[in-house]
Design a protein around this ligand. Structure first.
Ligand SMILES: Cc1cc2nc3c(=O)[nH]c(=O)nc-3n(C[C@H](O)[C@H](O)[C@H](O)COP(=O)(O)O)c2cc1C
Length: 178
């Protein structure tokens, strides 16, 4: 075990929690809008917590983690479908709207972009970098967040474009190392 880890443990639970969040701010992720539609209505939320699970489950699978206090959370659970819209580097305004940082004029988050309905009924941003249309297979509450597993039914891939990156608590774009 490294010296720094021992210091965190000695300082207790709160210090470890703060160090966890601080450490995560040093990592990088794509910025994704998880959208849903169906009997529980249309909803969406910005998430960095998205990961592939397996390409070799019966259908390819991924997961997203959504805070149980987000309005989108019960809607995704009830509709049991969701689309993961991975944003391009010129779409940070969509992230800000779906994270509740910016309010649209009419108060509807979906007014900030154009949308195309997918196979499952979940809305796709018209021009994301990529999008995964998913059916919810199961979910598990871990503390504050639901881990939601989705089986991918349809995939959108843009011909070109770069991902919007979230790192150091700021938006960025990837720089290619030669
Ligand atoms: C870049 C970024 C990444 C985020 N990642 C997550 C995440 O992975 N999971 C989550 O529940 N909230 C995440 N949030 C926070 C939610 O987007 C925000 O709390 C949202 O407003 C909650 O949904 P609501 O407006 O429906 O209540 C993130 C916000 C930003 C700006």
């Amino acid at each position: 075990m490294g010296h720094d880890t021992q210091i965190m443990a000695a300082n207790g639970k709160d210090a470890l929690r703060s160090a966890f969040l601080e450490a995560l701010s040093h990592t990088a992720s794509t910025v994704n809008i998880v959208t849903t539609d169906g009997p529980a209505g249309r909803a969406g939320v910005t998430v960095s917590a998205m990961a592939s699970v397996s390409a070799d489950t019966p259908a390819p699978s991924l997961l997203v983690c959504i805070n149980r206090s987000s309005k989108a959370c019960p809607a995704v659970l009830k509709n049991a479908v969701f689309c993961v819209n991975v944003l391009r580097d010129d779409q940070s305004h969509i992230s800000d709207v779906f994270a509740g940082r910016i309010r649209t004029e009419d108060g509807d988050k979906f007014s900030c972009a154009d949308w195309a309905p997918l196979e499952t009924g979940a809305p796709r941003v018209i021009d994301p970098l990529v999008a995964f249309d998913c059916r919810l297979t199961h979910s598990e509450l871990m503390g504050t967040h639901y881990v939601m597993f989705g089986e991918v039914e349809e995939i959108f891939i843009a011909e070109r474009g770069l991902p919007l990156i979230y790192a150091g608590r700021a938006y960025g774009t990837p720089v290619r190392l030669e």
